[in-house]
Design a protein around this ligand. Structure first.
Ligand SMILES: [Zn+2]
Length: 370
């Protein structure tokens, strides 16, 4: 998993906001529910300024929740729904039902959950004692979230981005390799007028729950179709977002050699896999593991055993003496370090180019660490 930085590009942000503001301005939220719980949200949506809309389009989630109380409360409600299946799995595994439900509830407690609990005529510990009781709260929360999203969708909705704009966005993002797997090309098919795209634009936080972020630039991740449609789908797990951080040196492709020949790529007597490093933070370790599991990274990379053997061979045959001799011959045209890496490995071994080089992260790890 690699980091993407396109969404921080000021020129792109300016273009994106300018194009979409035209679509969003002047749209008034439609009230479809008389539930007083939604009053605050409705008023906020009625009085959104251009600055507020720009923030929603461009500011990352953490900054939005710091700046706007109503977004912080909305996100707590969305998170409560989004990670519910994770809670169900965890309770089954740990056999600590009531205590984990209580912890989960406290984690997302806010305006909406307090109001919903008040309407249930049930308090703790009764509420968290059984799934039956807790599910009643969850179902009401789902309904409440649907209502909030219905109001928001009249002002902010993914459908407001035209096909033409999406096509331009793909090109401006300039992400050529899927950030989740780093092993599939994604690009527009330039020979067709329809501008077919070989990837998907994934909503990291699914728009079915987080409607407010359906047009947020930092939430739109260009990814390959297998990662999006086969592996991620609507699953909500606490994974690393490519918009925030990549595996970096906290998870590297580790090779276990069976003999000397395998070290120099003469045979395939080796095994390998993604290894989480002990000095990574506990939070990052958990998230990396979720990424490895969700995208089957250890399984899909087994397909690249031959590629790995080739890299090991190239690493062994790489000769500083030969490169120096070549540079002497080239004179002022001498090769840069990146040129040499590209010549030897087929990639530059530069983290800044992982999003443009197939298997860039794997090749980097083998050349530097394994
Ligand atoms: Zn992928």
């Amino acid at each position: 998993m690699i980091e993407l930085r396109y969404w921080k590009d000021e020129k792109l942000k300016k273009w994106y906001a300018k194009r979409l503001l035209k679509q969003l301005e002047g749209k008034a939220p439609i009230r479809k529910s008389s539930d007083p719980i939604l009053d605050t949200l409705y008023k906020e949506m009625l009085t959104l300024t251009e600055e507020n809309l720009c923030d929603i389009l461009l500011e990352e989630r953490r900054r939005l929740t710091e700046k706007y109380v109503w977004i912080r409360e909305y996100v707590k409600l969305c998170d409560f729904i989004a990670y519910y299946s994770e809670l169900q799995e965890l309770t089954k595994k740990k056999k600590e039902y009531a205590s984990l439900r209580t912890k989960y509830l406290n984690q997302y407690m806010g305006y909406y959950l307090k109001e919903l609990i008040a309407g249930l005529s049930m308090k703790e510990p009764e509420l968290t004692r059984s799934w039956k009781n807790f599910n009643r709260l969850w179902q009401n929360a789902v309904h409440c979230c649907e209502e909030t999203n219905r109001i928001i969708s009249t002002v902010v909705d993914y459908s407001f981005m035209s096909q033409e704009m999406r096509h331009q966005l793909y090109q401006k993002m300039d992400v050529q390799i899927c950030p989740y797997c780093n092993r599939q090309y994604i690009h527009t098919v330039s020979m067709t007028e329809e501008g077919m795209y070989l990837g998907d634009l994934d909503h990291f936080y699914p728009k079915s729950i987080y409607q407010l972020f359906s047009l947020s630039l930092w939430n739109l991740t260009p990814v390959c179709k297998p990662c999006n449609q086969l592996f991620k789908r609507q699953y909500n797990r606490r994974i690393l977002s490519p918009m925030t951080v990549g595996f970096e040196n906290d998870c590297i492709l580790k090779i276990n050699y069976a003999d000397a020949g395998s070290i120099v790529g003469m045979n395939d007597h080796f095994t390998f896999g993604w290894e989480i490093q002990a000095d990574a933070s506990e939070d990052k370790k958990l998230k990396i593991q979720q990424n490895l599991d969700m995208f089957y990274l250890n399984d899909v990379y087994q397909f690249h055993k031959q590629d790995i053997q080739d890299i090991l061979r190239k690493r062994y045959l790489r000769s500083n003496v030969l490169i120096e001799k070549q540079n002497e011959l080239l004179g002022s045209l001498r090769l840069s370090a990146e040129d040499v890496n590209r010549m030897v490995y087929g990639t530059t071994l530069s983290r800044e180019r992982f999003h443009k080089e197939l298997l860039g992260k794997m090749t980097y790890d083998i050349a530097k660490f394994s």
